[in-house]
Design a protein around this ligand. Structure first.
Ligand code: ZN
Length: 294
């Protein structure tokens, strides 16, 4: 039930600020035109006014003063231009634009950029994280030409892993590998979630520098896109990061990147599935209720 995440903030608010709890309860009672539940984070029209600040976790958080990624730019296009999910911390916007520029320079193709976050972050359907303006999904397929916005919805998000469990050479190759590497060497990046078969392929390749393989976290369902997560930007004390990934490349011996069992969870932490009981930071009430920047 999608209401469950409200109980956390209300509970937390009751300890510190009864007034805010009342406001939040009122919001939680909103009903749509058809009488159904209105997702208060999905329906907010734009970022909040004021300074940029990240609050909370990637999986339980929000962002004040987010920036928007333009729906197309040098070397990339937003693949879901109508979802209003192209928002994030300005550092995330810069990262996507920089990666697209590098991919373009390398002749890899036009990046298909899927979801970043909502205008103020917060819980977002279809994702366990993407809440604090620091996560972005980018498709592996690089063969989508630059298209007008109205032709970008409904494109196929091609799977890179064949039924035998290995990468499919018909769709996965050097360009995809180089794209992941370009993202992973960026020092702003904390983790990149990729399918275990993709990590195995990247580990098996020859690279002068292999240290970037460390940030690749094998994660079952990332066979169509990689999920790139940035570190908490400087000047965001309310942002809760995860600490660095385990030492080493994660390519050898007992650190089998194909391991998706309990031991893997101990090593990498939960990617966020299923969502834990929701506790948004109390500051997210203020973020949600702030005036809209435009
Ligand atoms: Zn994602």
């Amino acid at each position: 039930m999608s209401l469950s995440w409200w109980t956390g903030p209300i509970r937390r608010a009751a300890k510190g600020a009864a007034f805010a709890a009342v406001c939040f309860l009122a919001m939680a009672g909103q009903a749509g035109a058809q009488g159904g539940w209105v997702d208060p984070w999905a329906t907010v029209r734009g970022p909040s006014v004021g300074a940029t600040q990240v609050w909370g976790l990637y999986s339980e958080g929000c962002i004040a003063g987010a920036a928007a990624l333009p729906l197309e730019g040098d070397g990339y296009q937003a693949i879901h231009p109508n979802r209003r999910r192209n928002y994030g911390h300005p550092e995330l916007i810069d990262f996507v634009e920089d990666l697209a520029h590098q991919a373009s320079e390398a002749g890899l193709g036009v990046l298909a950029v899927a979801d970043l976050g909502q205008p103020r972050g917060g819980p977002i359907t279809g994702h366990a994280s993407h809440e604090s303006g620091l996560d972005v999904d980018i498709w592996y397929r690089l063969d989508v030409p630059a298209l007008p916005q109205e032709e970008r919805t409904g494109l196929e998000e091609v799977a890179m892993v064949a039924p035998d469990g290995a990468v499919d050479p018909a769709v996965w190759g050097d360009a995809q590998a180089e794209l992941v590497r370009l993202a992973a060497v960026d020092e702003r990046v904390a983790r990149i979630f990729v399918h275990a078969a993709i990590k195995r392929d990247l580990c098996a390749r020859e690279w002068d520098d292999r240290s970037w393989l460390r940030v690749l976290i094998p994660e079952g369902n990332h066979h169509r896109h990689m999920h790139i997560r940035l570190n908490c930007p400087e000047g965001n004390p309310g942002c809760q990061g995860q600490g660095p990934p385990p030492a080493g490349t994660g390519c050898d011996g007992d650190d089998d990147p194909g391991d998706l069992g309990a031991d893997r969870l101990a090593r990498y932490g939960s990617p966020g599935y299923p969502r834990p009981p929701g506790v948004l930071p109390m500051q997210c009430m203020t973020v949600h209720q702030a005036a809209t920047a435009r």
